[in-house]
Design a protein around this ligand. Sequence first.
Ligand code: BYC
Length: 313
Amino acid sequence: MDDDKRLEAFQAKIDREEKIEPRDWMPEDYRKHLIRQISQHAHSEVVGMQPEGNYITRAPSLRAKVVLLAKIQDEAGHGLYLYSAAETLGITRDELLEQLHGGKAKYSSIFNYPTLNWADIGAVGWLVDGAAIVNQVSLQRTSYGPYSRGMVRICKEESFHQRQGYEIMADMAKGTPEQKAMAQDALNRLWWPSLMMFGPHDADSPRSGNALKWKIKRETNDELRQKFIDKTVQQAEVIGLTIPDPDLKWNEETGHYDSGEINWEEFYNVVKGNGPCNNQRLTHHKRAHDEGAWVREAANAYAKKQLEKSKVA
Ligand code: BYC
């Protein structure tokens, strides 16, 4: 089959809602697009452990500590599913990490903001995991089989993460006036960066054209952001907190909330590496990777030994 025919058959398969699997023929641009998106998603899961990790020793109760620990461990697991899915496209884990450490691969802008106190851990779970679920539920229907199956599993765990954060916020909102003020302050600081997680407006999103044609993304950045706003505004009302957007208003006609404009200058600045914690996050990741070299060596030596044993037997 020549390339045009292959391309036609590939697109027809996607249009029939059939999954593309690792051994199937795929255009090089589709493969590269997926490696970029899946690896950035994986890096986000792993770097996303950092703002929370600091609070394992500071959680206010044994229950809160156990729940937070479980959530952070889940995130490491999500990173591993996603790295494995990316590896099925013919790239190694080492190459993926080199891209991260060299600044070529991104991770979600949200993790370049600091977590200043326990209320921020609530806001991260509620808003950041809440935004992640909206995006990931949609990605369950992505066209690449391993990515889609990974998402199904991840979504099951992610809804527990969102509730972990919402529970912290609800408890603080009904606590002392000082606790409620802390919860409101965390919401004020993390609301806008959470909306930025969905990426630029559709008209300014260079990757969306191919992503939608190939059904890698099933909904646009703006559609997903709107879904998140609609459901989160109501959750804030239930616990008596105020979304920090004076332009937020229910629109009878559209059946959605209208909202104010995001500060895109801030978004691009953070994505370019100039956010409050970009340096800290990357430096920490590199250090942890270097310090873990002996674990990788030991695991490889053990695997080699097991292989030799199995040959003898
Ligand atoms: N941060 O054309 P666009 C989580 C980049 S949740 C940084 O719209 P696309 C977690 C974009 O990469 C977060 N960069 O791109 C939650 C592109 O640059 P490149 C992870 C961003 O790919 C709690 C350029 O801007 N979730 O893991 O069509 C605890 C133009 O954008 C951002 C995912 O990764 C951003 N916010 O759409 C722990 C979901 N937004 O690559 C962990 C999977 C845009 O051309 N990813 N950029 O240099 C996606 O759904 C899409 O990749 C995005 C962006 C919606 C993020």
